[in-house]
Design a protein around this ligand. Structure first.
Ligand code: SME
Length: 187
């Protein structure tokens, strides 16, 4: 039978937990406080991502759940999702947030730049980024992390925030670990 998380409530700790194969994973969306140590938050996010993708090889399903975990666990973001490299361009994949532009040419916008250069783009003020593609006028900063499969571009993970300079080294490190884990589910 496929993994389907069971939710329960830990009365003692007043937390929702996800139960899977005798292991318990915190429901980060329900318990993470904005003041929580960020590195610890990413540890919990990675744990939850590992749990939700456990033994699952369907890439779309995994990207959908990873987007949902990130969107609900990360404070002050308004979009989290994937663009996939298809037909020599980026095409919208699973995401959480408002509807977004569907196709992005290589080298265009923050996503297309990250994809073409195969490097992480961390933009403190997207309005100062030449060619930024505004899908949501509320977005002010953005981080885009390339996803690769066997050394080739597979797509990008894109996170947007209404806060300027929302993403720092800890976010970059934590999100890179999430991407690395997703990549490991592809091969
Ligand atoms: N802002 C991105 C486009 C994608 S949306 O933010 C979801 C860019 O400049 O590539």
């Amino acid at each position: 039978m496929r993994f389907c998380p069971e939710y329960s409530f830990d009365k003692l700790r007043r937390r929702i937990v996800i139960n899977y194969q005798g292991k318990r994973f915190l429901d980060t969306g329900a318990v993470i406080e904005p003041t929580t140590n960020k590195a610890e938050l990413y540890q919990q996010i990675l744990e939850q991502v590992k749990a939700i993708t456990f033994d699952e090889t369907d890439a779309v399903a995994n990207m959908a759940n990873i987007s949902a975990v990130l969107f609900h666990a990360m404070p002050d973001i308004n979009w989290a999702g994937f663009y996939l490299y298809k037909q020599q361009q980026l095409i919208l994949g699973p995401f959480q947030g408002k509807p977004a532009c569907i196709r992005i040419a290589m080298g265009k916008g923050v996503c297309g730049t990250a994809a073409e250069l195969m490097t992480i783009q961390r933009i403190e003020n997207v309005h100062e980024f030449k060619g930024h593609i505004a899908c949501d006028s509320a977005s002010n900063s953005e981080i885009v992390i390339p996803v690769t499969l066997n050394g080739e571009l597979y797509g990008v993970l894109d996170i947007d925030s209404p806060q300027f300079a929302r993403f720092d080294d800890v976010d970059q490190h934590g999100l890179t670990a999430v991407v690395k884990h997703f990549e490991s589910t592809l091969s």
